[in-house]
Ligand binder design. Structure first.
Ligand SMILES: Nc1nc2c(ncn2[C@@H]2O[C@H](COP(=O)(O)OP(=O)(O)OP(=O)(O)O)[C@@H](O)[C@H]2O)c(=O)[nH]1
Length: 190
């Protein structure tokens, strides 16, 4: 399930993952909730991800709360060019703890990392907030596609490991993300 303030790029993030496309210049706020499926292959096993895209606008909050309970993973997005969207992450996490299952996989994503000229949230700020809550973090761009696939495959791997009957070595989502994430200049790592 994708969560975060209106305009942080949740729908674009999902479309980039599903279709490899980015529709620039258009912003059609999601009404209520919508979903798309995509199958990813993890170590030869097909994992069908059913991805729910929620409306960030306050007025749809009661609709989306009803879906939290069934979510196995939550991708929480903010926009690196919006301080408000970053500050609101704490409120989103409070809602998550109130409405979601206690074992839900949570990941923090700083989206729009292609917008270097208007960045207001430093990469370190995202990292330290994620550290405080003990959740994995990366910066992404629904426009360039950076780290979009990684966010979903990391979740798919984590879920596969949780629901697999096989006795395999424990998958470490934090380590996996750190080893895989693209540290490109666009996301302020260079
Ligand atoms: N430059 C850039 N623009 C982005 C990116 N992601 C989204 N946008 C733009 O941000 C605006 C909002 O994107 P949406 O995906 O509709 O936002 P949302 O979070 O789904 O919004 P709600 O449906 O209201 O919750 C659009 O104009 C997008 O083109 C990104 O990674 N980079």
């Amino acid at each position: 399930m994708l969560l975060g303030d209106s305009g942080v790029g949740k729908t674009c993030f999902l479309i980039q993952f599903k279709d490899g496309a980015f529709l620039s210049g258009t912003f059609l706020a999601t009404v209520g909730i919508d979903f798309r499926n995509k199958v990813v292959t993890v170590d030869g096993l097909k994992v069908n991800l059913q991805i729910w895209d929620t409306a960030g606008q306050e007025r749809f909050r009661s609709v989306t709360h009803a879906y939290y309970r069934d979510a196995q993973a939550l991708l929480l997005l903010y926009d690196i060019t919006s301080k408000t969207s970053f500050d609101n992450i704490r409120a989103w996490l409070t809602e998550v703890h109130e409405f979601a299952h206690k074992d839900v996989v949570i990941m923090l994503l700083g989206n729009k990392c292609d917008m270097t000229g208007t960045r207001v949230i430093r990469t370190e700020d995202g990292e330290s907030l994620a550290k405080e809550y003990g959740i994995p973090f990366m910066e992404t761009s629904a426009k360039t596609g950076i780290n979009v696939e990684l966010a979903f495959t990391a979740v798919a791997r984590e879920l596969k490991q949780r629901y697999s009957q096989q006795d395999e070595p424990k998958f470490q989502i934090h380590q996996y993300i750190e080893s895989q994430k693209k540290k490109s200049g666009c996301c302020g790592y260079l």
